[in-house]
Design a protein around this ligand. Structure first.
Ligand SMILES: *Cc1c(COP(=O)(O)O)cnc(C)c1O
Length: 390
């Protein structure tokens, strides 16, 4: 009996599952034993300090999830109703929805075929050909007359966006940069942590991310005013800690001490988890490298990916059949997201020269990348893909 249960061919291989590092029980128990279970507590402070140090930034504000981090980042960056925010069409939907929470409108851009990240050249071209700078120093979309307030580069599957040229052009036109680093904690761009490269960065600790608090997020920035305002907005914009005095419409976005306790424990193993994910990507590259029909999403020069999700690209006509084949082999794999600008609620928004993202969406497949995977699990994934191609 036991041999059937432990037989890898009968167990489903997960794409990316949470793995406890060791001290989660201990720290969470401390919260329960002391009664510090809610949105104030020493683990919240410790989690914020640890993440700030790790990210190489001055300030970190813990919040309930990555989406609320993006929402607050947009608000503190000064994004207002009637502004426009530049976003990739190839992304998980959260950053685009967050733009809409502020009343602003997204404008969709293509991806770089090498990294799947925001097409920086497209943005440069858009600024030069479709926009005009006005006397107030801001840049406006000629077609809509709206101000371009911010851009959200998303570091897709762990691969950093080419930030230097993006930073240069956005600084020139006073466009704020909000890094969506929810998939890329620990990834490096020119030796610096992705998420700590621009005006403000957002992290997620959802269950499938590189580390998890069950649900959670964090804002990271070097801008003290922005950090203070984000904290203020995350606690119902309470002006006075004693009297019920509030000076703007805030939110209840604070992370609880229990979640933060889990985060402190997960931070202790983050670097090991990144090493493991990188080793998994390497394993796939070595074992599947001989199949000419399979390509890999690889690191761009001067970057190091946390390889949150290993990603292969196959011919368009093979994407769905291969996904089905993997599913039948009890392997959890998934296609790259549906392009956001094609979804019903966003199809009327402006999109600019989208080309490579269609190819990425029609050919990309995320394959199992959990740190819990054993050598035989990875071998099973490799064999299944080899079998598919005969
Ligand atoms: C996971 C994710 C988020 C936000 O995550 P939450 O589930 O809200 O913590 C935002 N953007 C991207 C690209 C993501 O993958």
């Amino acid at each position: 009996m036991t041999s059937i249960i432990s037989d890898t061919s009968h167990k489903r291989i997960p794409l990316s599952e949470p793995v406890m590092g060791g001290n989660e029980w201990k720290y969470i128990k401390e919260c329960l034993d002391t009664g510090w279970v809610s949105s104030v507590g020493s683990f919240v402070d410790r989690f914020e300090e640890t993440v700030a140090r790790y990210m190489g930034v001055s300030y970190a504000i813990a919040v309930v999830n990555g989406t609320s981090a993006l929402h607050l980042a947009l608000l503190v960056a000064g994004v207002k109703e009637d502004d426009e925010v530049l976003v990739p069409t190839l992304t998980f939907i959260a950053p685009v929805n967050a733009v809409c929470y502020t009343g602003a409108t997204p404008v969709f851009f293509d991806c770089d075929p090498r990294t799947f990240c925001l097409d920086v050249k497209g943005i440069q071209k858009f600024f030069l050909e479709e926009c005009e700078q006005r006397g107030n120093g801001y840049i406006y979309n000629k077609k809509t007359g709206r101000r371009i307030a911010a851009a959200i580069p998303v570091h897709i599957f762990g691969h950093p966006t080419d930030m230097d040229p993006l930073h240069a052009i956005c600084a020139e036109y006073n466009v704020k940069l909000i890094e969506d680093a929810t998939e890329s904690m620990g990834s490096l761009y020119r030796g610096k942590k992705a998420g700590g490269l621009a005006d403000i960065g957002c992290l997620s600790f959802n269950g499938n991310k590189i580390i998890t608090t069950g649900g959670g997020g964090m804002l990271v920035t070097n801008n003290k005013q922005w950090a203070d305002r984000a904290r203020h907005l995350s606690t119902q914009a309470k002006k006075d800690p004693l009297l019920f005095d509030h000076n703007e419409i805030g939110y209840n976005y604070r992370l609880t001490n229990i979640h933060a306790a889990m985060g402190v424990a997960q931070m202790e193993v983050l670097d090991n988890y990144i090493a493991r994910r990188r080793a998994i990507a390497n394993f796939y590259r070595e074992r599947l490298g001989g199949i000419p029909q399979v390509r890999f999403l690889q690191e761009a020069p001067a970057t190091e990916s946390n390889y949150w999700l290993s990603t292969i690209c196959v011919a368009q006509e093979h994407q769905h059949p291969l996904l089905r084949h993997l599913h039948e082999s009890k392997i959890q794999a998934r296609p790259v997201w549906k392009l956001i600008h094609t979804l019903s609620m966003y199809q009327d928004c402006q999109s600019y020269n989208i080309k490579h993202a269609f190819v990425a969406a029609a050919t990309g497949i995320n394959i199992p990348s959990s740190v819990s995977l054993r050598e035989e699990d990875l071998a099973h994934v490799v064999h299944s893909i080899q079998n598919y191609y005969g």
